[in-house]
Design a protein around this ligand. Structure first.
Ligand code: URA
Length: 222
């Protein structure tokens, strides 16, 4: 993966560059997250366009865009819903509490955040963490489609109902979670959103079980 010297994609606040007063400067990411800022060479143009995107109202309230993290191409891709507060501050997906649980789930299948690709249906935070609306999802659709093409994963795990709806618009997550379906030569596996498992502890084991099939889908042994 190439690290690009793109000031808008780097996590450090630079007083030379920014007229923003100290007290409202964005936080600097913890060192452990810095590898997640690396931009795969093929994704640079898309990330730049996202960084400047004016296409919906979320552009007015975002602190940072959250294009995605991880290598491209990559065998395994996760698609969540939309950035929350911490993600908006840092410009990285799944770095709040849901992200910690996602990291645990990845560890349970021997993977880590630096070797999977993670993004969201919507690249900017909806105010007060409301659900993204259809116009916002439509405004980001082309970015997501380009990311899927660039990442070219063997397996896509959707996290929550908004990304599930891209492939299964009429289904209920409680009915189809964990059921992998082949589409366009890859596996799509709908999963609960990690935040749902934080609200309802019984879903933790369900998510772990749904994750457990990912290695065999990747290996082509299903
Ligand atoms: N929830 C999401 O769906 N995406 C994030 O990036 C963080 C929380």
């Amino acid at each position: 993966m190439t690290t690009l010297a793109n000031p808008r994609l780097t996590p450090v606040s630079d007083p030379q560059r920014s007229p923003v007063p100290d007290d409202i400067r964005r936080p600097v990411a913890p060192a452990a997250l810095l590898p997640l800022y690396e931009v795969p060479a093929g994704c640079a143009t898309t990330y730049e366009e996202i960084a400047d995107c004016p296409a919906c109202v979320l552009a007015k309230t975002r602190s940072r865009t959250v294009p995605g993290s991880g290598p491209a191409p990559c065998d395994l891709m996760f698609i969540g819903e939309a950035p929350g507060q911490r993600e908006d501050e840092l410009g990285l997906p799944f770095v709040g509490r849901s992200g910690q649980f996602l990291d645990d789930l990845l560890a349970s299948i021997g993977r880590s955040r630096t070797d999977v690709y993670v993004t969201n249906v919507v690249k900017c935070r909806p105010p007060a963490n409301r659900d993204p609306n259809p116009e916002e999802i439509a405004a980001c659709r082309d970015y997501l489609d380009r990311q899927i093409a660039l990442v070219a994963p063997r397996v896509i795990a959707t996290l929550g109902r908004f990304s599930m709806a891209k492939w299964f618009p009429a289904e209920r997550i409680s009915q189809i979670h964990g059921r992998a379906v082949q589409r366009d030569g890859r596996w799509i596996v709908p999963m609960y959103h990690p935040a749902a498992a934080l609200r309802d502890g019984s879903l933790r084991a369900v998510m772990k079980q749904d994750f457990a099939q990912i290695p065999s889908l990747l290996a082509g042994t299903v």
